[in-house]
Design a protein around this ligand. Structure first.
Ligand SMILES: Nc1ncnc2c1ncn2[C@@H]1O[C@H](COP(=O)(O)OP(=O)(O)OP(=O)(O)O)[C@@H](O)[C@H]1O
Ligand SMILES: [Mg+2]
Length: 249
């Protein structure tokens, strides 16, 4: 397993009172797997990702990364947070190579590799543009490209397509599956969108409202590649109904 979460609990102090956010969440992501996490707004999904990458610690429970206790998060996961954090003063090219540069790699080598991958990420011709000059979808792709280029074993993607219109979103899903196929990283993916989770994932975890616990764990099992027709497959609809029931309680 690349990520194992055991009974993670977390509260924040809000106005001097503890706010229980995670109420004992257990989950796992295996090598090369695509796993989604669905849950109501504010239930603690981003908090869980922050815990996985060590930005904050759990109150109780255990995080095991890369198969052995003690692997540093930075060695195993790359994180695309909910807000795309492209640096406005860097060009697209210099944004996407950021992790490589921080890792001490030669800037020109990293740039050369990134240039070759621009077409796959739909950014060819925009190497020297600044983030403010890109559309929302392009910014998301640049942020994703940066996470992919960090070359970690696991990608943590927190609602990467949340702000996009339905058509762009569908395109981005198909494209993400191509990227996943090419780079073979495991993906842990947060979304509110049941269709999106089922089209993309091998497995889905559904969380309760705060304090979050896993209330449903599904093996999707639909054949790949999944296309528009999958959305009307009776097996797909049965899974969707199951998730809706779990979410609506
Ligand atoms: N640093 C913090 N200090 C205090 N409270 C926090 C902090 N970060 C998050 N929270 C609270 O914890 C709860 C869970 O937040 P979190 O961002 O993890 O939810 P989420 O499931 O990602 O929501 P969404 O789907 O809207 O992104 C919320 O009530 C939020 O207000
Ligand atoms: Mg969130």
């Amino acid at each position: 397993m690349e990520i194992i979460l055991e009974d993670i609990e977390k509260s924040y102090m809000v106005d001097g009172e503890p706010l229980p956010v995670l109420g004992g969440v257990s989950a796992a992501v295996g090598e090369g797997e695509f796993v989604s996490l669905i849950g109501p707004s504010g239930c603690g999904k981003s908090t869980l990702f922050n815990i996985i990458c060590g930005l904050t610690g759990p109150d109780r429970g255990r995080v095991v990364l890369g198969g052995k206790t003690g692997a540093r998060a930075g060695e195993v996961v790359s994180y695309m947070p909910q807000k795309d954090l492209l640096l406005p003063w860097r060009t697209v090219l210099d944004n996407v190579i950021l992790a490589r540069e921080v890792a001490g790699e030669n800037r020109e080598t990293a740039r050369r590799e990134a240039r070759e991958l621009m077409p796959l990420f739909g950014l060819a011709g925009f190497e020297n543009s600044y983030p403010a000059e890109l559309s929302g979808g392009m910014r998301q792709r640049a942020a994703l490209m940066r996470a992919v280029l960090a070359r970690r074993r696991v990608l943590l993607l927190d609602e990467p397509f949340g702000a996009l219109d339905a058509i762009t979103r569908t395109r981005m899903q198909q494209w993400l599956l191509e990227v996943w196929d090419k780079f073979r990283q495991a993906v842990f993916f947060v979304t509110h969108d049941i269709d999106e989770a089922l089209i993309l994932s091998d497995r889905v975890y559904v969380l309760t409202p705060r304090p979050a616990r896993v209330c449903l764990h599904l093996e999707v099992g639909l054949p790949r590649p999944r296309r528009a027709e999958t959305l009307t497959d009776p097996r797909f609809l049965a899974l969707k109904r199951q998730i809706m029931r779990a979410l609506l309680g």
